[in-house]
Design a protein around this ligand. Structure first.
Ligand code: 13P
Ligand code: SF4
Length: 317
């Protein structure tokens, strides 16, 4: 702990010196969240990047998030403390594959989840996050076909919520969230019958099953909430419930508990851990500021087209 304090103090000193800001996703390890200027979900982090007047952004998250910050802030230096911090979901579709899909559906509107590469965003009409995916799709005229990518569980959820039939969903998934299955949900309900609410991230493999089960189970009515990670933090703080079952990457438990110290949070699946998010450590954040590594720069040709899709989302958010 004393080592953490020393490193954190040096990180804060360098943050001032470099005129930097540290942004951290809700799945980051606790000590990285604590040293950050701002923590949040993908939408909140994009908004924070768009409005900062800092000269340097140290992004404690994964590669596509740092790319998004670079696209929104072309004049700033964006640093990712570990280049190996990737995303299995973003890796499920390439720009070539998307171009091929678009060629098969030339009149469709393309909505890409933020968990995609800059090249894929550049081929998209709209970007979205877990916090606003349904809202973005609802903004598209009902007669236009929609290509939604790359997460199949989020896509199925959006189709269900919007009632849209003309939506095609790419069959991609996040290995962490897809591994959260209906069996884990039923086991968690059995172990924690006193949980007042159940939070489910829409990337989870159990999402559709949980919604259907809740509809047929009177005692679950109004207790299941499909939320982004920051949506979970806001809802738990405002809720009268005292205990929550949480289905997403387990890094979320730290900000949930910090935001509501008098409440209890249990993971729906305790080993739902994203090894990419956990690659960022305090030591790497320190090195990032000391050596100004590793710079993430999206070429302007790609960035300009991707920016349009992200800005359309931010205008709707
Ligand atoms: P949100 O924090 O935007 O809900 O996204 C979760 C996620 O998987 C990020 O990689
Ligand atoms: Fe990507 Fe899944 Fe990790 Fe989120 S949890 S960064 S979607 S691999």
């Amino acid at each position: 702990m004393a080592i953490h304090t020393d490193i954190s103090q040096e990180i804060r000193r360098l943050t001032e010196e470099r005129k930097a800001v540290i942004l951290a996703h809700n799945y980051q390890v606790p000590e990285v969240q604590d040293v950050a200027d701002f923590t949040g979900d993908s939408l909140g982090l994009s908004q924070a990047a768009a409005r900062t007047d800092a000269e340097v952004i140290v992004f404690c998250g994964v590669h596509f998030m740092a790319e998004t910050a670079s696209i929104l802030c072309p004049g700033k230096t964006v640093l990712l403390p570990d280049l190996e911090a990737g995303c299995s979901l973003a890796a499920t579709i390439t720009a070539d594959e998307l171009r091929q899909w678009k060629a098969e559906h030339p009149t469709a509107v393309v909505v890409s989840y933020v968990n995609t590469t800059a090249e894929v965003k550049a081929e998209s009409d709209y970007c979205c996050t877990s916090a606003n995916a349904a809202k973005v799709v609802q903004a598209i005229p009902p007669d236009r076909e929609v290509l939604f990518l790359p997460d199949l569980y989020l896509g199925d959820y959006v189709a269900r919520v919007t009632g849209r039939k003309n939506i095609r969903v790419w069959p991609g998934e996040c290995h962490v969230h897809a591994g959260i299955r209906p069996g884990h949900f039923h086991e968690a309900l059995r172990l924690h019958p006193d949980a007042g609410e159940i939070f489910i991230h829409p990337e989870c493999g159990c999402t559709t099953n949980c919604i259907a089960f809740a509809q047929d189970t009177p005692e679950l009515q109004n207790r299941i909430h499909i939320l982004s990670t920051s949506g979970m933090i806001r809802r738990s703080a405002a809720s009268a419930a005292k205990k929550f079952i949480v289905a997403t990457e387990t890094g979320i438990l730290y900000p949930l508990q910090k935001g509501s110290p008098d409440k209890t949070f249990v993971p729906l699946k305790a080993d739902a851990v994203c090894e990419y998010m956990k690659r960022i450590t305090l030591e790497k954040v320190l090195r990032s500021l000391q050596e100004m590594v590793f710079e993430i720069k999206v070429p302007e040709g790609v960035a300009a087209r991707a920016r349009t899709a992200i800005r359309r989302m931010l205008e709707l958010a």
